[in-house]
Write a protein that binds this ligand. Structure first.
Ligand code: ADP
Length: 405
């Protein structure tokens, strides 16, 4: 095998995000997004590295048509998907259950297992499967690699992964804590160790992935030992539109007293709760702006968000026993200095301090925002899930992998 290019696909129910990378130097060659697939108002935006973004509006019927449109755009840049330079396609797959602990070359049995997991990931796995099947049909000769959001968390001990539920019932329905955003937690925990100039195996990190969805993880020596999302991405932190943790009896109460159906409550907790439920906005920029104007509702939403975050930081400090670093990542974590400051305020006794000046600096790369003398390093580490998927894919099928045998 001579090529070094990997295409990364992230297929949603009506979207397809992609990046083409050259893994000889991890360079991004092109990236883009197809939105509103299946609607009349579909749109493709494609950006070659160092070039202008090209937009294409008009109906794109399905994922097959979307991938073909992407292939045509890549062709225009001389990066066609039929090039021998392309060695694999890496797919983000949200739920890998307990079986998939590593990136996996897709065959029929892998597809069947991802399908079997649909009941625990009804929103995501069907779309991810569609993406894999479409790419496979287009390039049947090429290895398709599934990289699972849950994989990094499969190292959690049973004490963290199991709910305190009747074991037979839990096992019959595969109810346990799987965790999500694993690709990001893996990448960021490693990048944090690198920032500290230490090997991942020697470093304990609390990773706070704060995007629209949000999750925390406790990583001991490069292995995840606890994470805040559970059976689904609903558990844990307050998120843009999700409630995160609540007393499970809230659900029975809403059923019995509020006369709501399971589907209505599902929508309430996933789409109309969290920051948007608390104050009508899920964009942290807007919330911070409203707080500046003295808006009490936005202030309360922020305080609830921070309170939950702080509880998880404390919990994971206790789980790890020794914390070397706390890393903030994703849209809010990378950009919202007031969130970082508030989440870690008052934790001096734990060796956690934020330098106000460093925290206020806006910069692109990974950086420290704690004073040099602080016992716990606090870092801002931009996540790069696509690069991580490409890296894992290339490691699997690159030299020495199945293609070369
Ligand atoms: P996801 O991938 O979960 O959709 P991202 O990681 O892209 O989310 O994060 C999106 C969120 O990041 C937005 O909802 C917004 O609240 C937040 N965000 C982005 N930029 C800023 C900023 N400059 N200041 C505060 N929050 C920001």
């Amino acid at each position: 095998m001579t090529g070094t290019r990997v295409l990364v696909l992230n297929s949603g129910s009506s979207s397809l995000k992609y990046q083409l990378l050259d893994m000889s130097d991890s360079a991004l060659l092109a990236q883009g997004l197809v939105e509103r697939i299946g609607e009349r108002t579909s749109r493709l935006r494609h950006t070659p590295a160092g070039g202008e973004t090209r937009a294409q509006d008009g109906p794109i019927a399905d994922h097959d048509a979307a991938l073909k449109a992407v292939a045509a755009e890549l062709d225009r840049d001389g990066l066609g998907l039929d090039s021998p330079e392309l060695v694999a396609i890496g797919h983000r797959v949200v739920h890998g259950g307990q079986r998939f602990t590593e990136p996996t070359v897709v065959d029929d049995s892998v597809l069947a297992e991802i399908e079997r997991l649909i009941p625990v990931a009804p929103l995501h796995n069907p779309a991810n499967l569609t993406g894999i099947r479409t790419a496979r049909a287009l390039r049947p000769d090429l290895p398709q690699v599934a990289v699972f959001d849950t994989a990094f968390h499969t190292t959690m001990p049973e004490s963290a992964a199991r709910y305190a539920l009747d074991v037979a019932t839990a096992d019959a329905h595969r109810v346990r804590r799987y965790g999500f955003h694993g690709t990001s937690h893996a990448y960021v925990s490693r990048a944090t160790a690198k920032l500290l100039g230490r090997a991942p195996k020697d470093v304990n990190v609390i990773v706070l992935h704060l995007g629209n969805g949000a999750s925390a993880s406790a990583v001991r020596g490069g292995r995840c030992v606890d994470t805040s999302m559970g059976l689904t991405p609903l558990e844990g932190l307050v998120m843009g539109t999700r409630s995160g943790d609540l007393d499970p009896a809230v659900i029975f109460h809403l059923m019995r007293v509020g006369e709501m159906s399971a589907d209505e409550i599902d929508t309430l907790l996933n789409k109309r709760s969290g920051l948007i439920g608390l104050c009508g906005d899920n964009d942290m920029r807007e919330i911070l702006r409203r707080i500046d104007e003295g808006d009490e509702q936005a202030r309360l939403a922020f305080d609830i968000y921070i309170h939950r975050l702080k509880k998880y930081i404390g919990a994971y400090y206790a789980v790890l026993g020794r914390v070397d670093a706390i890393a903030f990542t994703a849209g809010v974590g990378e950009n919202a200095a007031p969130v970082r400051e508030a989440a870690l305020a008052g934790l001096d006794e734990l060796g956690i301090r934020v330098d106000g000046g460093l925290n206020a600096v806006r910069a692109d790369g990974a950086r420290l925002i704690s004073p040099p003398a602080a016992r716990v390093a606090v870092a801002v580490v931009p996540t790069d899930e696509e690069l991580e998927i490409a890296t894992q894919t290339y490691a699997l099928v690159g030299k020495g992998g199945p293609e070369s045998t």
